[in-house]
Design a protein around this ligand. Sequence first.
Ligand code: URA
Length: 222
Amino acid sequence: MDARRAAVLETLGVDRFVARAPPVAGGVAPAGAVSAPGWDELAAQVAGCTRCGLAATRNRTVFGVGDRAARWLIVGEAPGADEDRQGEPFVGRAGELLNSMLRAAGLGRGEVFIANILKCRPPANRDPLPEEVRCCLPYLHRQIALIGPQLILCVGRIAAQALLGVATPIGQLRGRKHVLEPHGTPVIVTYHPAYLLRSPGEKRKVWQDLRLALEVTRGRSA
Ligand code: URA
């Protein structure tokens, strides 16, 4: 990002997040680095990935689905049991609710791209380990570069903290626009649909977040 743009964002009070390069151990090529593959090569890399221990326990990798030129990219945490069986993100009950959230924003599931921080299911749906995030995040960054979305909607605390590289509580991440570098992509954070299934009273806040997301993308070229 050039200095002028950084200064403008600072004046506007917009937080910027720079994608952290994976740490380099002893001068060896970083474990998390990927080249700049196209879609087919990237999908093949993910399908055959053995970068972390989740390769040993997964049934299927979950690359992501949707429009590869989508205006909105939805980012969740990691595949669950249904997704691990079917190889597609957000296909269970949380997926149905995500579809409803998208419909509320005037979008069909096929009009967005849906992906996760992790491409493989952590055993028993435990939280992703930092090492797993470090190994997997470069795949998502490559997807972001290929899609070039106008907006990233991050669902859930874990996805938001991993993508933005912060430990801030979700209550403080919601309600404002973040910018993900090096892409310069606006990021809006909202609650995870699985949380909404447990706490339906929070749906009103999600609607506020979706309205903010719509405002952020309004006026940006199609
Ligand atoms: N939860 C997620 O975060 N991602 C999925 O794909 C399914 C459930």
